[in-house]
Design a protein around this ligand. Structure first.
Ligand code: SF4
Length: 328
């Protein structure tokens, strides 16, 4: 059994959202007051998450698991959950996408529990801009978290940055120089139409092309081969060994090689970040479905996957579920 769709793609990379809650309020993600959070009775328990991830790795060929949110470090007992997923056989590669606020405290226990690597979201090195973008004055905590992640042996330590026109779009070269000096792998990600406020406009999005032009004015970039299904296009910087990635989700989509599938914190399968339909595993699981039946439901969900996100299509409509409840 595997998670094949009708376009010949096979999903082997599972993104699991552990919560829709977050302790930042990024302007391009959610309003200052937050959102109506998912009701707790609909949230998957740790046992249910481990069971479903177990079905994915044992029966459906999933080899990579990324834990996301909202902010996954808000999940109580995260290190135990990481340990239980790392104990699954075959063992999936295990990563985490986080805003880094709690990493100084959690990096070492998560590493000890079996976490392999981490992506930290950071859009600016300027504390004033950080507070402007995230509505929290906590840049220092993120920087301390990154250092703790590197010191704990998590590797690579990746940094995900979103450039916002007129806000931090002049910071691409300085973010790159800083990440190379610190030994982090930087990725610039285009802002996507997944914000809860539905305020995304293509005209205000900083494109991958613009980012590359800004970087190219400061350093020498050489495209690296072997992208495969990875979202990031990688470039060697100034003859290496430093590298930088650019993820052009909107302007240069990579859907043709997509190997990702998502499980939301309330037990829904999303076969694409921009899916408008979801498949409910939680109800079937709680109704007593066995692993085989859950696997078949999952397969059916992925078989319905569209060729791509369709953002350029006239009929494109942003998903109802916001990014904070889907995960990276
Ligand atoms: S938009 Fe959907 S199909 Fe395209 S790469 Fe992302 S998850 Fe895959």
């Amino acid at each position: 059994m595997d998670l094949a769709d009708t376009f010949g793609r096979v999903a082997t990379d599972l993104r699991v959202s552990l919560t829709d809650r977050c302790n930042l309020r990024c302007t391009y993600c959610m309003p200052a007051e937050g959102l109506p959070w998912l009701p707790s009775e609909r949230m998957l328990t740790d046992d249910e998450i481990v069971r479903l991830v177990g079905v994915a790795v044992r029966l459906l060929g999933v080899t990579e698991v990324r834990l996301t949110g909202g902010e996954p470090t808000l999940r109580p007992g995260l290190a135990d959950l990481v340990g239980r997923i790392a104990a699954l056989r075959p063992r999936p590669k295990l990563s985490l996408t986080t805003n880094g606020l709690s990493l100084a405290r959690l990096a070492a226990p998560l590493r000890a529990a079996g976490l392999d690597r981490v992506n930290v979201s950071l859009d600016t090195l300027d504390p004033v801009r950080f507070a402007q973008i995230t509505r929290r004055d906590r840049l220092g905590d993120v920087l301390a978290g990154l250092r703790a992640a590197a010191a704990s042996g998590l590797a690579p330590v990746k940094v995900n940055s979103v450039l916002l026109r007129g806000v931090n779009d002049d910071e691409a070269p300085s973010l790159l120089r800083w990440s190379l000096a610190e030994g982090y792998e930087l990725r610039f990600i285009e802002q996507m139409p997944l914000d809860a406020q539905h305020g995304w406009r293509r005209s205000t999005m900083v494109t991958a092309g613009e980012t590359l032009a800004a970087l190219g004015a400061a350093v020498t970039l050489r495209p690296l081969p072997g992208r495969g299904s990875a979202p990031a296009e990688l470039f060697e910087v100034d003859g290496g060994p430093g590298r930088v990635g650019v993820i052009g989700s909107v302007s240069a989509p990579f859907c043709a090689a997509c190997d990702r599938v998502r499980l939301t914190a309330d037990g829904q399968v999303r076969n694409c970040l921009f899916a408008r339909e979801e498949s409910d595993l939680r109800t079937a699981l709680r109704a007593g479905a066995d692993d085989e039946q859950l696997a078949q439901l999952w397969q059916a969900a992925v078989r319905g996957k569209h060729a791509g996100h369709g953002i350029d299509e006239v009929a494109f409509r942003q998903p109802d579920r916001p990014m904070s409840a889907i995960g990276g």
